[in-house]
Design a protein around this ligand. Structure first.
Ligand SMILES: [Zn+2]
Length: 376
């Protein structure tokens, strides 16, 4: 793989969170655009703004490229450039044939292969030519990148490959998601001034009911999509031992396998008694699971392209929630296929790694896919 491109993608720490919105995401996309334009490739960055938790607006963008000489529906390769936050000093390297560091798996490694594949194909003539979309916000800001693309795109796209890590499996079924954020307001008092119970003590029953909700939804399953996976991920209150906490934040989520109505019934049954309490504010977000049925031609094309890179066709479920769900819901036929191992996404940045040979295979798979798709 090209060192020049590895440097462009990885020298920027593109860590993304609502707490510290980073300027680097847009800088990195601008550098990719410059790289492509020097190769005579037409490229646009479509700008939007996101707000940090302190209210500060930060400029972001999506990089979108297609050959404007063609008007036929495009084959889109798609990924996100932003990465999940980590602790410790940012670093990346290539060692023993592997690319190591934040984003190598999720998902700058895939983007590296996509750019190399795209560069090789851009000037060729195809009935359905390739296009490239790199979004700026997937790991934070409620998928602002792909939402912005969907709202503004008017270029026809017939099929899309999202490069999230799938170990070359073809994901055609996507679990949905249900996320609940709870904010509880208390009074900010000295703990020796008052014998008032704190909001922590007062809401231990709520903790137990969240646990009950999670345990109940874990028993919901579906034949194709498998089991519901649920977790209680945030409890945040207080920071001084002699002060009652002013507020408490809880968050829990589920990767859902049935229509959200099934989960909302359980939610109302178990947590309904808290919903009209003045000091407790619940914010719930959900997205239904999705499945696509591959057409015979699509299945054959994917099989042949995988075979050329030494892989066989295997159709599986994506357990993480990704931009592929937004694309499919908006009517863009999207599968996930990427080179990385999903269990190495969101881990310690020194453990996040992908074999450079797999990135080469992925690049070759993408080129072969476009070639095969365009065969009569
Ligand atoms: Zn990702």
């Amino acid at each position: 793989m090209k060192n020049e491109l590895i440097d462009i993608l990885f020298k920027y720490n593109t860590d993304n969170s609502e707490d510290y919105p980073s300027e680097n995401i847009l800088l990195c996309l601008e550098e990719i655009r410059n790289y492509l334009e020097l190769k005579g490739i037409h490229c646009e960055i479509s700008i939007y703004d996101v707000a940090g938790s302190d209210g500060r607006q930060v400029r972001r963008g999506n990089l979108f490229s297609y050959n404007p000489k063609s008007r036929n529906p495009f084959l889109l390769m798609q990924g996100h450039i932003d990465t999940v936050p980590f602790s410790g000093e940012y670093s990346y390297c290539t060692e023993a044939g592997e690319l190591v560091g934040r984003g190598s798996v999720d998902m700058k490694g895939s983007i590296l292969s996509m750019i190399e594949a795209y560069e090789k194909m851009y000037h060729n003539e195809y009935i359905n030519p390739p296009a490239l979309l790199i979004t700026g916000d997937e790991e934070a800001n409620s998928f602002a990148g792909i939402r912005h693309f969907i709202e503004n795109n008017n270029i026809p796209i017939c099929f899309c490959i999202n490069g999230e890590p799938s170990s070359f499996e073809i994901n055609t079924a996507f679990k949905g998601v249900l996320i609940v954020e709870v904010l509880i307001k208390g009074g900010c008092l000295h703990s020796s001034d008052s014998n008032d119970v704190s909001i922590i003590e007062k809401h231990i029953d709520l903790f137990n009911d969240v646990k009950k909700f999670i345990e109940t939804v874990r028993s919901v399953s579906d034949e194709r999509l498998g089991r519901t996976i649920a977790a209680f991920t945030v409890v945040n209150a207080g920071n001084k031992s002699n002060q009652l906490p002013e507020q408490m934040r809880l968050s829990f989520n589920a990767r859902i396998v049935r229509d959200s109505g099934v989960y909302l019934d359980i939610y109302n049954d178990i947590l309904g008694k808290y919903l009209d309490k003045q000091e407790v504010c619940f914010d719930i977000m959900f997205f239904n699971p999705l499945e696509i049925d591959l057409e015979e031609k699509e299945r054959n094309v994917l099989t042949r392209a995988l075979n050329v890179s030494g892989f066989s066709f295997s159709e599986t479920v994506m357990r993480a929630f990704t931009e592929a769900s937004f694309l499919n819901q908006a009517g863009y036929r999207t599968i996930i296929c990427g080179p990385g191992d999903l269990s190495l996404a969101h881990v310690d940045q020194k453990l996040e790694r992908v074999d450079l040979g797999l990135l080469e295979s992925y690049r070759d798979f993408l080129i072969e896919f476009v070639k095969e798709y365009n065969k009569k």
